[in-house]
Design a protein around this ligand. Structure first.
Ligand code: NDP
Length: 261
């Protein structure tokens, strides 16, 4: 399929994990890719996409800084003439008992997961409005936006904030052929999940590395498997496609049935 031929997709946190899997999916369907992250490895990830035949650039961008975000979308315009689809996916997590959670944990998490999503949406919408061609925004929330989990009140708040941003912006741009939706991944294999598995496992007690995921898979996820980046990419590609023309302001779980709401 070449559904996204000629479309330009910006993906923050696009160098690894869920973001890279989404980039691969869009690349396989003909899109131009602009992937962003804070580390210089983003350029290597873009080179891998080019090696697979895609048009792709990597941009170092800290999504917490508005000037850096502006530059990211400028780079997309310079390279490919604009942005059609923007996935706000960069995210961080720390896991601590409430008395150990620092002000810095709170501020850093809100800055990346919530403010970063807003700054990218703001920049993408501004440019989509100017072009008059419409567009698609997809924001990565989390199962924790539905049902916060233990030891992560800051992360749960940051992801619930993503749902609020999504709904407010969806209403503002509804008449401009721009849709804004959020996705809630459940347990998805990635570096972040490896960290979650280790730290939650230790803090909840009695879980060796990998055992927490095993317990969730066996006892909590109805489909009895963890998710992959490809599982998430399928949903994102759908939301970015013409098949999702009439879907906006929604928050959709991709979690094997872990949370049913
Ligand atoms: P990873 O830890 O594998 O990747 C996180 C990505 O975010 C990296 O690309 C990282 O860039 C980027 N990033 C972090 N801080 C910044 C910043 N300030 N500016 C720009 N980029 C930044 O995570 P996942 O792939 O697992 O997660 C992707 C998203 O999905 C996150 O929003 C996460 O909260 C969410 N999620 C993940 C779940 C899971 O089970 N994996 C479950 C629910 C939600 P760099 O490599 O340069 O550090």
């Amino acid at each position: 399929m070449n559904r996204f031929k000629g479309k330009t997709v910006v993906i923050t946190g696009g160098n690894r994990g869920i973001g890279y899997a989404v980039a691969e999916r869009f690349a396989s369907e003909g899109a131009n890719l602009v992937i962003a992250s804070i580390e210089p490895q983003v350029e290597e990830a873009a080179a891998e996409l080019r090696n697979s035949g895609a048009e792709a650039i990597g941009v170092i961008c800290d999504v917490t800084r508005s000037e850096a975000v502006k530059t990211l979308y400028d780079r997309a315009e310079e390279a490919f003439g604009g942005v059609d689809i923007s996935m706000q996916n960069a995210g961080i997590i720390t896991i601590r008992k409430v008395e150990d959670l620092t002000e810095n944990d709170w501020d850093a998490t809100m800055a990346v997961n919530t403010k970063g999503v807003f700054l990218c949406c703001q920049e993408a919408i501004t440019r989509m409005r100017k072009s008059g061609k419409g567009g698609r925004l997809i924001n990565t929330a989390s199962g924790q936006a539905r049902d916060g989990f233990i030891f992560t009140p800051h992360y749960a708040a940051s992801k619930m904030g993503v749902v609020g941003i999504t709904q407010s912006l969806a209403k503002e741009v509804a008449l401009e052929k721009i849709t804004v939706n959020a996705i809630c991944p459940g347990i998805i294999f990635s570096d972040m999940w490896d960290y979650n598995d280790k730290i939650w496992g230790e803090m909840l007690g009695d879980y060796a590395p990998g055992e927490l995921m095993k317990d969730w898979v066996e006892n909590k996820i109805p489909m009895k498997r963890a998710g992959t980046g490809k599982d998430v990419a399928g949903l994102v590609a759908f939301l970015a496609s013409e098949d999702a023309d009439y879907i906006t302001g929604q928050t959709i779980n991709v979690d094997g049935g872990l949370i049913m709401s």
